[in-house]
Design a protein around this ligand. Sequence first.
Ligand SMILES: Cc1cc2nc3c(=O)[nH]c(=O)nc-3n(C[C@H](O)[C@H](O)[C@H](O)COP(=O)(O)OP(=O)(O)OC[C@H]3O[C@@H](n4cnc5c(N)ncnc54)[C@H](O)[C@@H]3O)c2cc1C
Length: 521
Amino acid sequence: MATPQTKDKAMTPPTSIDEFVASLDLPQEKAEEVTTVLNLEGLPSLLNGTKVERDVPRLADISCEIAQIVLGPNTLREKREVKDLVEESWSQTCWEIPACVVRPQTAKQVSQILRIVSFFKSRFAVRSGGHSPNPGAASISNGVLIDLHQMNKISIDSGHNVASVGPGARWGHVYAFLDQYGVTVIGGRIPQVGVGGLILGGGLSYFSGEYGLAADNVSSMEVVLADGTIVTADHEHRSDLFWALKGGGPNFGIVTRYNLRTIPVKNIWYESMVFSIDKATALLDAFATWQSSSDTKASVALVISLNAIIVGLVYLRSTERPSVFQPFYEIPPLFPAVPPTNGTVLALSQITGASSVSTSPRHDYRAASSKVDVDLYKQVYQHWINKATAVHESTGANLTFVLQHIPPNLVRKGNSNGGNPLGLAPISQQWWTTIADWDNPEDDAVVRDVAISTSQKWEEIGKAHGSYLPFKYMNDASRDEDPLGSYPVANRNRLRAVAAKYDPFRVFQTLQNGGFLLSKS
Ligand SMILES: Cc1cc2nc3c(=O)[nH]c(=O)nc-3n(C[C@H](O)[C@H](O)[C@H](O)COP(=O)(O)OP(=O)(O)OC[C@H]3O[C@@H](n4cnc5c(N)ncnc54)[C@H](O)[C@@H]3O)c2cc1C
């Protein structure tokens, strides 16, 4: 039965300086300071122009000036400081210089910032962990960068059932915090990645086969809506918004807190082996064979790079070498990278983090998917290795070819937890991704073309085989892909309805700089 929706009516935006200042809910002294600045700025003529006439950089500057009064030192405008903060983003493709960086510490401050950018119609971007390599998603030139890094507190309830995590936390910190309580959560595999963006795209973990996506394991979220209202979204309150946030991306509000259901897991088993590149097709065979197993506790990371292949095997409890991984044991490795180990979730995340460091500053990733089809895997791999080798020789770029197994149970878990917008069929499938790392901006197009042409092969050969799936995983999708467009039409329409309900003035669609927006899907 559908849960009743909380009746929210979006607040009408302030139409005068007085209304705007009142909406910020400031102490009198600060309110007076804001009013004085705005009266000096000749604001009405600036604000009343048409979209074309409005002096956009000037309005961004005024937003920053007001944000500085409201947030004090948590608004940074000095060039050197701004540049240093911008360069915390993982990929140089996102190092754009905003008019200012605002670093809220509370949901109320996020609300004040949203009210400021809305009133001045300033463009903005939202950044949590800064691990999207897509230009403009969590970066912006001249506008306001809302950096949630300082909202990174992690706590746990007295029964150790729910971890409450700020969007600016990194997954490594989350696992380190939870380790002491003997529990963990469904989250990212690499410790440096941010909580905020990963959950809004779905969130694939080593344990998703057993428990579903990270988003499927959220019990509630605190969200700041476009009009600055701070609300809770869960199964009982605004369940439509809650559903939309579980994979619908940055279209509905800024999430300021995720309450995550914990799982009673601390000790697990893992092993990692390095294979020579000539074992690629044998390993693709092994991967497809392993995909037919129904053991949802087993997870495999298959990362093929140009000079070696890493196979990570993970099992969701302490054990001896699990027989489910037998297809991989039949192929002789070059050497063991991590011997069979009964260790902790925290230790695994540290190992994964240490093995995924790149020295090149520019990055991209890309998404494609298919049913289980080993011939398809091999043909696409052959295309990729030829292209990737040639581009490596001409540019020095390093590229990977990664298959991620999605068992039916992952989809069923999502459905039994209230569903999500991804609209996945409960069948065994794989989500392909690739990471490209390179040095020079001049090589962007040629390096990205390897992944683009490889995803075309997934489609072309996949369709010929009858094993193509249109789904594109948002968290792996590149700037020109349309993950929301790969969701079922009914879900997309529902997402649009939710966005229209909670953001009727289209703040997130029109003022937000980038990211996977419904307005562009
Ligand atoms: C090395 C590496 C490993 C990865 N491993 C995994 C993995 O194991 N599983 C997986 O599923 N994905 C993985 N990813 C993909 C990752 O989930 C996405 O890149 C995700 O966007 C990163 O989140 P972030 O907070 O770091 O990103 P950001 O770049 O800060 O944000 C990404 C997008 O989310 C929006 N956003 C961020 N926070 C909020 C918020 N609080 N409210 C509203 N909008 C927000 C931003 O505006 C932007 O559009 C990995 C990526 C990398 C680079």
